[in-house]
Design a protein around this ligand. Structure first.
Ligand code: NI
Length: 192
């Protein structure tokens, strides 16, 4: 296990399209994922894509914690809002419906900053896990946001490129001017 170096915005690896993983069950992919999980946890991130650790493959990990979901939801609905630590290899997604949602994003490749990004609110995604089995889910809320953010990394897109209003690209230290105190805690854990 090793903590990997994270590429920062400006590194060419973050701007290129990543290549498909030919064998999701290969031992070197399992090793890479193990190191990515350790790196993500060490950096207090919610997600990490392989290009962020200088590996140009279509692979990402993420988690969408339960605490973000609304209380009292039925099980299936809650799962749409949250996800356990998930490995997604060669992923794809499609947008469900017209609804868009704005939210503050962070990125481990853009440390210290936040940006307000509008994205489709409801998606369906699929990919392979480390055994080569298909993972297929629908997602809303933070879950849908983190998946779209990570999949963007596989196409060389960083969240500022998704922003319409760059006055909302801010330093974390100024976040108090933009969000209410309860939401500020959330901001601190959303690097992806
Ligand atoms: Ni990111």
């Amino acid at each position: 296990m090793a903590i990997l170096k994270i590429a920062r915005m400006g590194h060419p690896m973050l701007a290129r399209k990543a290549e498909p993983v030919s064998d999701p069950a290969a031992p070197e992919i399992r090793r890479l994922v193990r190191d990515m999980i350790e790196t993500m946890i060490d950096a207090n991130g919610a997600g990490l894509a392989a290009p962020q650790v200088h590996v140009p493959l279509r692979l990402a990990i993420f988690q969408a914690p339960e605490e973000r979901s609304d209380g009292g939801l039925a099980v299936a609905e809650r799962f749409e809002h949250s996800a356990p630590l998930t490995v997604l290899i060669n992923p794809q997604f499609e947008v469900l419906g017209e609804e868009k949602e704005g939210g503050w994003e962070g990125c481990l490749s853009i440390p210290g900053m936040r940006g307000y990004v509008e994205r489709p609110a409801h998606i369906r995604y699929r990919g392979s896990d480390l055994e080569g089995k298909t993972v297929a889910r629908t997602a809303r809320g933070f879950h849908a946001r983190v998946v779209q953010h990570e999949l963007d990394h596989l196409d060389g897109i960083l969240y500022p490129q998704r922003m319409h209003d760059l006055t909302k690209l801010i330093f974390e230290s100024e976040a108090r001017y933009w969000v209410q105190p309860p939401a500020q805690e959330e901001l601190e854990t959303e690097d992806a």
